[in-house]
Design a protein. Structure first.
Lengths: 303, 528, 362
């Protein structure tokens, strides 16, 4: 429903790309002012910042090696020594949760880095070229869209084999179509703008026009869209981990921590409580931030 | 507003309706078993060799002979009421029980028995693993196994083999006697009813098959016309309960009477409850397998280093507490040739392992891929991964189902377990010390030594000898010799535990005895 | 037909010849339908290509999937040739498409049954769970969205938003485990694992495969209650998962209506908020909501994969994940294909429904 953001809508009508970018920046500033008025959105943002900080400073926050085992100290309840208790192999759950933040950030970063360019290139190419290229690319997009994300990601994760990188690739393969759709819509609205026509008259190749003039203008809305999808990405990643197709042991990953912990849950609930709550918190944070962002960008919802 | 109230009322109603149905315990003439029904592609005796399905098949089909769960050495009659071994020890003649019938009402004849045994050989699937060792082939089996009249079956031996071994193998779940007339009605393109018997049964046993939904449920009904008398449990239900915690809760609630796959964590908790935990020792081991096709692992010093990188004592008290006991010999405990105490054996000593690696030319350690044979072995591999790191061995763990990779020699380091259905040291020796053809093209995936690509002609010869040796003292000496050679050669399979299969029973269940060769029979089960 | 009419077809004005007009409209309609069918067929072909690729990428040996692990070299080579694995990839794909069109999805290596018959068993279970969940989701999400819209910006709006978002944020597998822990293990309020207590197994011939329906039709109320006590926990959880989406969309649609002039006019006439909402605004968003509900049903397949694993629900999701962990190639391909086709069908149907109903209301 917010297929095109106001930041872009009025951009091209003003003429050259540079001023459109300026305008976009101004819109971002105005958007931030509006965003700040959303208390829940700010909570989400704070939680995301906390996640990033935890990931960066993991060794300073947790003093223990998250992979250090001591079978004789297994399944200990939370204590001063082990804040979140220990797991079935005697590892410190707190340290694993803290380092798990790193894994989450890694996967989020990987998906963003893969999905944004992929969606942008396919979407802008499809939108600018039109005709058969558009038809084919959009048909492919439709096919990928005709799967629930997790099911497709599961299939690809199994096909690619276990591991964090492969999980990231599998999720990316399912997450690019909405981005491509968005970029295509943006491109269609930009394609006939005056400044593009001017560039075309100067003899720029289509490749250059797309890469230098159209693609950069699509970036802000694509970033917004990626942020909106991030909660879903995190949950899919955790789901893959839970089903044993995510990160490889001994890497601390919240989803797989819940998965292995469930065997011991009845007697040692802490082994699943902490990682589960962590996933919930960070996914809620992205949802809250996304929701506030949507309100800022969608005039229909403005109070 | 009205609709909202309605909606709220609906939800409330559902919740209270649910809350009011508290589960009732399973009825007194019904046995409910919580188990794992995944990966059972067939109920055909000739195509099975795993634990759960062996139990199912053993109740659908009777064998000629049986082994009582409490005495694995004595062979007892079943469909055969007696048997005699020829003086030259090259043939056994079975006399079948009179009056025994199949579920169809057809009389059980020697011809059915001959047909069932020949069929296993002719199909050549996993069910034939044991009996094919005695030299039967699809070509010669018609000649060697035949019915001389309705109640007399003659089993001739193609080569000299201890007759006890042959009779043991006939007690295995794959050699159940099938109703050949019923089965052949469903034969397609000469498949010996292979397709039909996958999901149907032509039973000679105490139970007949009522319903079978893979990964979900299996229901058997007691046969009123069973020769041994109608069993007390009229109905036996095996329910697929993949989560260990669920099995535990359902057992405590009385929804299930027997739980077969409870994990270590839940067993520890159940040990404190009023239930019976029956730890049935099996003829198999937990091992670390090292692939000799890997140039690093082919070095004896590297393999010796691997003997010292797992803290098995810690595992024995935790994850392996109910799944096995420390045992570091290829001859199962208590059997002919087994050492009185094979421990301490491979001490956990990362410093020693590091030193051995340095001597082998790896002063900076080693990097290898580590595979669990299946998801149940994940925790053991995680433990190995962490303790091997202390010795400078970096193991990249690849989770998943890797038994096919193991069979195809497509692995580096692997942890798994084995089982055997022959209650004789020969059963494990043939798995761990036998490799008649080490070439890749031989595809002898049934032998673990082949899987790890270790060529051991001396051991192979000893195993062959033990097959035909009839003198008990000489056999014992042979197994002792094998064990010694195996121990001293830095084997590619490092045996650490002998397996036990924990069965958890409610206290009111009597007569359910987990069988060491997995032929647990339900006909004697009662409930108080 | 066009030959008989000759050039008149192009010159006659539709108004002059109603018969001809009908033909032309019929032809145009036919063309549209054909175009649509072609487009669906192309998408389906793409779907098949995707599942085929996935199957070929899986680390499973298609030969062993047929023969089982214990196989001698001769049999292996024979099956290898039979499966056409020595032929070029496009030929293999063509024969795959042919098989699927003939309803042959192969045999599962782990169940020994044909994948098609397996799917016939597991799909009703998932469908029943998903329908139960959608009903729950609507029952909670719809009022929540309306209340939030009416009270926009107030505390109740924020609370409604958090309730919804929490359902969409908390990992459903974790929430499921926690719910099992509390309501089954500790409180014994509900049953767990599977769709029926073992006691009732095999006592009812499935008619629709939907247990709630089957037991109700058989008027076996004890069994019905038992089925309810099994579905209630996974169903409610899965439903809660969809609340965020339903309530957010309802709120958004409702806000749009509440800002319309007719609402302001109605209010000016002195109608209460409740009257405005139910008599006017809600009526106008019903069609939009219907599509949302249809889309939710498709989206729930995702959550079902995880919920089924946690609750031992013998449905499509569990079938697929087991196929994945056991490298059962045909199962994975079949289950993914069915999911994709279902998802596609739901989208198409909701699209059609929207058009039909929308045309009727305007």
């Amino acid at each position: 429903m917010s297929a095109s953001s106001p930041a872009i809508d009025d951009g091209p009508t003003r003429g050259p790309a540079r001023s459109a970018l300026d305008a976009a920046l101004k819109q971002v500033a105005a958007g931030w002012a509006s965003y700040r008025r959303h208390p829940l959105g700010m909570v989400g943002l704070a939680l995301i910042a906390a996640l990033l900080a935890t990931a960066l400073l993991a060794p300073l926050i947790a003093h223990v090696d998250p992979n250090a085992q001591d079978l004789r100290q297994r399944l200990l309840p939370p204590s001063a020594l082990h804040w979140f208790g220990t797991d079935h192999l005697g590892r410190d759950v707190f340290a694993r949760v803290v380092y798990g933040a790193r894994t989450t950030v890694q996967i989020v970063a990987l998906v963003t880095v893969l999905v944004a360019p992929l969606g942008l290139v396919i979407g802008t190419a499809s939108g600018y070229a039109g005709g058969l290229v558009d038809e084919v690319l959009m048909r492919v997009t439709d096919i990928f869209l005709s799967f629930p994300g997790l099911v497709l990601a599961l299939g690809f994760a199994a096909a690619l084999g276990p591991g964090l990188t492969n999980a990231g690739i599998a999720i990316s393969l399912t997450a690019w179509p909405p981005i491509a759709r968005l970029a295509r819509a943006e491109t269609l609205s930009l394609r006939n703008a005056d400044f593009i026509a001017a560039v075309r008259l100067q003899g720029a190749t289509p490749m250059r026009i797309v890469l230098r003039h159209i693609l950069p203008l699509c970036i802000p809305s694509v970033i917004v869209r990626v942020t909106l999808n991030m909660a879903g990405v995190i949950l899919t990643a955790a789901g893959l981990g839970f089903l044993g197709l995510g990160a490889q042991p001994p890497l601390a990953e919240w989803g797989s921590m819940v998965s292995t912990g469930r065997q011991f849950m009845l007697d040692s609930p802490w082994v699943v409580a902490a990682p589960g709550l962590s996933i919930a918190a960070i996914s809620l944070a992205f949802n809250l931030a996304g929701d506030a962002l949507r309100d800022v960008l969608d005039p229909r919802n403005e109070a | 507003m009205v609709r909202r109230t309605l909606a709220a009322g609906l939800v409330f109603g559902i919740v209270t309706a649910a809350a009011s149905t508290l589960q009732a315990a399973s009825p007194p003439n019904m046995l409910v078993i919580g188990t794992d029904l995944a990966a059972i592609p067939s109920l055909d005796p000739a195509a099975i060799n795993a634990r759960t399905v062996s139990e199912v098949v053993s109740n659908l089909y009777d064998n000629l002979v049986q082994l009582a769960p409490d005495d694995m050495q004595t062979i007892r009659p079943m469909l055969a009421e007696s048997w005699t071994v020829a003086p030259d020890k090259r043939s056994i003649t079975f006399k079948l029980r009179a009056g025994a019938t199949f579920a169809s009402g057809n009389p059980i004849t020697a011809e059915d028995a001959a047909w069932s045994i020949r069929r296993v050989i002719k199909m050549g699937q996993v069910g034939a693993t044991d009996i094919a060792l005695w030299g039967y082939t699809p070509e010669n089996v018609d000649k060697f196994i035949r019915a001389s009249d309705d109640r007399t079956l003659v089993v001739e031996l193609p080569e000299p083999v201890t007759t006890d071994l042959v009779i043991y193998s006939l007690a295995g779940s794959s050699l159940g006697i099938i109703d050949s007339k019923v089965a052949m009605q469903h034969e397609k393109n000469g498949d010996l009813a292979r397709d039909w018997l996958k999901a149907n049964a032509a039973p000679s046993g105490a139970y007949s098959l009522t319903q079978w939904r893979p990964n979900d449920i299996l229901i058997c009904e007691a046969r009123a016309n069973y020769w041994g008398g109608a069993p007390a449990m009229k109905r036996v239900i095996m329910r697929h309960v993949p989560e260990s915690g669920n099995q535990r809760l359902q057992l405590m609630a009385g929804d299930i009477d027997v739980a077969q796959y409870v994990g270590s964590g839940d067993l520890e908790a159940l040990a404190k409850e009023k239930v019976v935990i029956d730890q049935v020792p099996g003829f198999g081991f937990y091992y670390i397998a090292l692939n000799m096709k890997d140039p690093d692992l082919a070095k004896p010093l590297v393999r010796r280093a691997f003997q010292h990188v797992l803290d098995w004592k810690a595992l024995a008290q935790t994850n392996m507490r109910f799944a096995g006991f420390p045992w570091q010999s290829i001859i199962p405990k208590g059997m002919a040739g087994a050492p009185a105490n094979p421990l301490p054996g491979y001490e956990f000593d990362p410093a020693l392992a590091k030193k051995l690696l340095a001597e082998a030319g790896y002063p900076n350690g080693l990097k290898k891929k580590l595979f669990p044979a299946g998801p149940v072995h994940l925790q053991n591999t995680e433990a190995l991964q962490a303790s091997a790191k202390l010795a400078g061995i970096e193991l990249e763990l690849v989770p998943g189902e890797h038994t096919p990779d193991f069979r195809a020699r497509n692995f580096e380091v692997l942890m798994g377990n084995s089982g055997a259905r022959l209650p004789d040291p020969f059963g494990t020796a043939v798995q761990y010390a036998y490799n008649p053809d080490n070439r890749d093209s031989a595809k002898l995936g049934g032998y673990y030594l082949w899987r790890t690509a270790l060529d051991a002609p001396e051991l192979t010869k000893l195993v062959d000898q033990s097959k035909s040796e009839t003198d008990p003292a000489k056999r014992k000496a042979l197994f002792e010799q094998m064990d010694k050679i195996y121990r001293e050669m830095d084997p590619s399979l490092i045996v650490l535990f002998q397996r036990t299969d924990p069965y958890v029973l409610r206290t009111n269940v009597k007569g359910y005895f987990g069988h060491q060769t997995w032929s647990t029979r339900w006909s004697g089960v009662t409930k108080e | 037909m066009s030959a008989a009419h000759g050039p008149t077809l192009h010159t006659a004005s539709p108004a002059d010849d109603p018969e001809d007009d009908r033909v032309r409209r019929f032809l145009a309609g036919l063309g549209r339908v054909a175009g649509r069918l072609l487009s669906i067929a192309l998408t389906l072909l793409g779907l098949l290509l995707l599942t085929f690729t996935m199957g070929r990428l899986l680390p499973a040996d298609p030969v062993l999937a047929v023969t089982g692990a214990e196989v001698n070299k001769a049999t292996y080579d024979r099956v290898y040739a039979e499966l056409g694995l020595d032929r070029p990839l496009w030929e293999q794909f063509a024969s795959y498409v042919g098989n699927v069109l003939r309803g042959d999805l192969g045999v599962s290596a782990t169940t020994g049954h044909s994948v098609l018959s397996d799917l016939g068993h597991v799909f009703p279970a998932t469908f029943e769970l998903a329908v139960f969940a959608v009903i729950t989701g609507v029952a909670i999400g719809l009022p929540l969205g309306i209340v939030a819209a009416v009270n926009r910006g107030r505390l109740i709006d924020h609370v409604a938003r958090i309730i919804g978002l929490a359902g969409h944020s908390v990992p459903i597998f974790w929430l499921g485990l926690m719910a099992l822990f509390v309501f089954y293990a500790k409180l014994h309020w509900v049953d767990a694992s599977g769709r029926l207590s073992v006691f009732y197994e095999g006592m009812l011939e499935p008619v629709t495969g939907l247990l709630l329906l089957d037991t109700a039709m058989a008027r076996d109320w004890d069994m019905f209650r038992d089925a309810v006590s099994h579905i209630v926990l996974p169903g409610l959880l899965l439903g809660y998962y969809s609340v965020a989406y339903i309530s957010r969309m309802t709120r958004s649609f409702m806000l749009e209506q509440l800002n319309q002039e007719y609402v302001i006019a109605a209010r000016a006439k002195g109608l209460s908020t409740a009257q405005v909402v139910w008599r006017h605004a809600f009526k106008n968003i019903r069609v939009q909501l219907l599509t949302i509900v249809a889309l939710t049903l498709g989206g729930l397949l995702d959550g079902a994969v995880l919920v089924e694993t946690v609750f031992g629900w013998p449905g499509l999701g569990q079938y697929l994940t087991r196929g994945l962990t056991m490298n059962d190639m045909n199962v994975v391909m079949g289950a993914v294909l069915l999911t994709g086709a279902m998802f596609m069908a739901i989208n198409l149907i909701s699209d059609r429904l929207y058009r039909i109903l929308d045309a009727r209301t305007h």
